[in-house]
Design a protein around this ligand. Structure first.
Ligand code: NAP
Ligand code: ZN
Length: 351
C-alpha cells in the first residue's frame, strides 16, 4: 500500500481540497498508472454535491473518471501493458466478468460492477477513489489503450464524455442520410456532435447559450437552434430520426419529443437530479421512443478510442491546474465550459 496525492470533498457542501489516499500495490492483474490528465465530468459535480437521490455519496469523495496516464508498474500476470505505456481508465474499474452482461461486453450493467469512485473497494475496504489524483491501480481488464496520435489532455474526456455519446449514436444507427439532434453543447454534447458528424449525419445542435453557435458549426453541426426561440424550434417539428439529450439540469423534454418523426428516438444521457415530466401524447402520436444510455462497455470503449484515432477526434479542452477545480465546478453550473475541463495532474506536485 502507498499514499497517492489527491483532491477530495469532505461533504456535499465542502469545496474539494488537497489530501492523500491509500492505493494498493499492484496485484497479479493490476496496472499502476501515473495520472497525467483527468477530465471533469458534470457527473463528478452531481456526485460530490450528492444531487442524485438514488446514489449515496460516501465522503471523503475523490471524483474523476476520465483518466489518461503513464504505466509505472504492472502485476506479473499483466500482458497488455508494460511500464512506460500510455493507458486510460474510464468510469469502471471492475466487474464480475461472468454474468450475462459481462459476457456481452456490457460491464456497465453488471450487478457487481465497481465504479472508479464511490463504489465499495474490495481490496482496501472503504470506497474507490477516482482520478483527481496522481496515481491509480486498476485491473488490466479495465485499462484501455490510447491511439498514439491523440493529444492526451484532449483524449482524457473520451473515457466518459466520448463513450457516453458514441455508444447511443452507434446503437441507434446514426449515419449518412439521418437527421440527428444534439441537445446541450457541453462536454457530452460537443462529443456527440463530433461523432454524429464523423458518421455522416445531418446534425442539428440545440443550445440555450447564444454564444456557442460558431463553435457548434466548428464541431460539425449543420444547423444550430437556440432552444428558447419557439419559431426556430417549430420549424423542425416531426423531422428527426434521433435526438441525443445531454442536458444536466431540469428542462422541457417534451419540446424535443415533438421534433421526432414517426418511430424516432430520443435518448437521455443527461442525468438531472430531479425527474423530468413527460407528456404521454408526445410519445403516442408518432409512436415515438424515449430511451436512456449509460456510458458503454469496455470493448465498445476501446472501439470508440480507435475510431477517434482514425478520425483524429479529441475533446476541445481547457487545461486547468487542480487548484482551479472548485472554480471549474461553478463555471460548469453556468454552462461556461469550452468544452471540457482537463486537469493537468502535474499541478498536484505543488501541494
Ligand atoms: P456539461 O458539460 O455541464 O454540459 C451540460 C450542458 O447542458 C450545458 O453545457 C448546457 O448546454 C446544457 N444545460 C445546462 N443547464 C441547462 C438548463 N438549465 N437548460 C437547458 N440546457 C442546459 O455536462 P456534461 O459533463 O456534458 O454532462 C451532461 C449530463 O450527462 C450530466 O447530467 C451528467 O451527469 C450526465 N452524464 C451521464 C452519463 C451517462 O452514462 N448517461 C455519463 C456522463 C455524464 P448549452 O449551453 O448548449 O445549452
Ligand atoms: Zn462522466
Amino acid at each position: 500500500m502507498y499514499n497517492a496525492r489527491a483532491y477530495s470533498a469532505a461533504s456535499a457542501t465542502s469545496p474539494l481540497a488537497s489530501t492523500t489516499v491509500a492505493r494498493r500495490d499492484p496485484t497479479e492483474h493490476d496496472v499502476q498508472i501515473e495520472i497525467l490528465f483527468c477530465g471533469i465530468c458534470h457527473s463528478d459535480l452531481h456526485q460530490v454535491r450528492s444531487e442524485w437521490s438514488g446514489i449515496r455519496t460516501v465522503y471523503p469523495c475523490v471524483p474523476g473518471h476520465e483518466i489518461v496516464g503513464r504505466v509505472t508498474g504492472v502485476g506479473p500476470a499483466v500482458t497488455k501493458f508494460k511500464p512506460g505505456d500510455i493507458a486510460a481508465v474510464g468510469c469502471m474499474v471492475d466487474s464480475d466478468g461472468t454474468c450475462p452482461e459481462c459476457r456481452a461486453g456490457l460491464e456497465q450493467f453488471c450487478p457487481n460492477m465497481v465504479l472508479t469512485y464511490n463504489s465499495p473497494d474490495k481490496h482496501l475496504g472503504g470506497v474507490t477513489y477516482g482520478g483527481y489524483s496522481d496515481s491509480v491501480v486498476v485491473d488490466e481488464r479495465f485499462v484501455l489503450r490510447v491511439p498514439s496520435n491523440l493529444n492526451l489532455a484532449g483524449a482524457a474526456p473520451l473515457l466518459c464524455a466520448g463513450i457516453t455519446t458514441y455508444s447511443p449514436v452507434r446503437r441507434w444507427g446514426v449515419t449518412k442520410g439521418r437527421k440527428v439532434g444534439v441537445v446541450g453543447l457541453g462536454g457530452l454534447g460537443h462529443m456527440g456532435v463530433k461523432f454524429a458528424h464523423a458518421l455522416g449525419a445531418h446534425v442539428v445542435v440545440f443550445t440555450h447559450s447564444l454564444n456557442k453557435k460558431e463553435d457548434a458549426f466548428r464541431f460539425g453541426a449543420d444547423e444550430v437552434v437556440v432552444s428558447r426561440n419557439a419559431d426556430e424550434m417549430k420549424k423542425h417539428t416531426g423531422s428527426f430520426d434521433f435526438i441525443l439529450d445531454t442536458v444536466s439540469a431540469e428542462h422541457d423534454i417534451n419540446a424535443y419529443i415533438q421534433l421526432l418523426r414517426r418511430d424516432g428516438n430520443i435518448t437521455l444521457v443527461g442525468a438531472p437530479g430531479k425527474p423530468l415530466a413527460v407528456s404521454a401524447f408526445g410519445l403516442l402520436l408518432g409512436r415515438r421512443n424515449l430511451s436512456g444510455s449509460l456510458i458503454g462497455g469496455i470493448p465498445e470503449t476501446q472501439e470508440m478510442l480507435d475510431f477517434c484515432g482514425a478520425h483524429h477526434i479529441i475533446a476541445d479542452v481547457e487545461i486547468i491546474p487542480i487548484q482551479k477545480v472548485n472554480e471549474a465546478y461553478e463555471r460548469l453550473l453556468k454552462s461556461d465550459v469550452k468544452y471540457r475541463f482537463s486537469i493537468d495532474m502535474a499541478s498536484l506536485k505543488s501541494e
